[in-house]
Design a protein around this ligand. Structure first.
Ligand code: MUC
Ligand code: MG
Length: 366
């Protein structure tokens, strides 16, 4: 089970419905397919979604770091030398989605070798998650209509509303319109992607106090250290650290520093190996987690549900697993299907992902 080849293949698939949020927008999924081959003929795959506005990675940068640094460091290692692989990747700072995709492709191949799904290998708690859909910036009526479509078509009843615009009333009007339209039949939470100041966040949350929000995520920057702590202390709902807590050390710092009271786990940025560490950390510290979405395609979403289903803590809340619905196409030969508001993790072995060669040929950029 020695690694003989690591490929980084750029591909681009347009969004049918671009997503707008406080820190950026996506119109085309310019992602990288990581493909790992072993000497016994196994192939593991995973998806790296570069997010320049969140982690500073680009499609070209991911290819460069994989081809130039990570592949040479890992070739010849056995799939089971997991801590050695982890240590070699960790020698390079940053590059979270490049490292994570390599890690997940290795787990995919490992599952195939052992005859188990990734969910079983990680923990095997359940085989599915409830789905939370992310609603990007738009006018209140359009966002209500989109939520209605998601509920009618896919049975989704949990929504994360992107906020962080100025004035904040643009966003509070949306949340109010959603609550008024759906009543208590849906679960709602908000994600500011650092768009507001601490005081704007406090005013907005105060204005939405009667709307039954379940969570608030990254409303203001964690770098506004005291302002953020001041905000988090006064909220009545868990405050989720997302992009401010992308490593176990950052998770520890944000939680112990009072800058967050819950954690978003994204396999796109912590793979399976480090997501497991973040999960154990959250469990040990006694905080809730949300399985987040890095605006992943279907392969990335499959990885998220594989991880989220593996543990009780990660499967408790609805996971953000549906951004792929906004894409015009995808690479998987057998598309993911959300039914009755749930997404089922594949039974494997590995991730259970088969890449459609025609689609890859159509969308690859190299
Ligand atoms: C999210 O939860 O924030 C948008 C920006 C990013 O970093 O991730 C997405 C979703
Ligand atoms: Mg977020």
């Amino acid at each position: 089970m020695k690694i003989t080849r690591i490929e980084a293949i750029p591909f681009a698939i347009p969004y049918a419905k671009p997503l707008h949020f406080a820190s950026g927008e996506v119109h085309t999924a310019e992602h990288v397919l990581i493909r790992i081959t072993t000497d016994d003929g196994l192939t593991g795959v995973a998806e790296a979604p570069p997010r320049p506005f969140t982690y500073g990675e680009t499609q070209g940068g991911i290819i460069a770091v994989v081809d130039g640094i990570f592949a040479p460091a890992l070739l010849g290692l056995d799939l089971m030398e997991r801590e050695q692989i982890h240590a070699r990747l960790a020698r390079t700072v940053g590059n979270p989605t490049a490292k994570s995709a390599i890690d997940m492709a290795i787990w995919d191949a490992m599952g195939q070798a052992l005859g188990y799904s990734v969910t079983e290998l990680l923990g095997g708690y359940t085989d599915r998650m409830r789905v939370s859909h992310m609603l990007g910036f738009d006018a209140p009526a359009a966002m209500v209509a989109e939520a209605e479509r998601m509920r009618e078509t896919y049975g989704i009843s949990t929504f994360k509303v992107k906020v962080g615009r100025r004035p904040f009333q643009l966003d509070t009007a949306v949340v109010r319109a959603l609550r008024e339209h759906f009543g208590d039949t849906i679960e709602l939470y908000v994600d500011g992607n650092r768009g507001w100041s601490a005081s704007e966040s406090a005013r907005a949350m105060h204005e939405m106090a009667d709307l039954g929000l379940a969570l608030a995520e990254e409303l203001c920057p964690a770098d506004d250290v005291l302002g953020r702590r001041w905000l988090v202390q006064q909220l009545e709902v868990p405050f989720v650290a997302d992009e401010s807590a992308a490593t176990p050390a950052e998770v520890t710092r944000e939680l112990l520093g009072g800058a967050a009271t819950a954690i978003s786990i994204k396999t796109a940025r912590t793979g399976f190996t480090t997501s497991r560490r973040v999960h154990h950390l959250a469990e040990g510290l006694g905080v809730e987690v949300v399985m987040g979405n890095q605006i992943d395609g279907q392969l990335g979403s499959l990885a998220s549900v594989a991880f989220g289903s593996a543990f009780e803590l990660t499967s408790r809340r609805a996971g953000e697993l549906s951004n792929f619905l906004d894409m015009s196409d995808d690479l998987l030969a057998e598309p993911l299907e959300i039914r009755g508001g749930e997404l089922i993790a594949r039974t494997g072995p590995g991730l259970g992902a088969v890449i459609d060669p025609d689609k890859l040929a159509r969308y690859r950029q190299d």
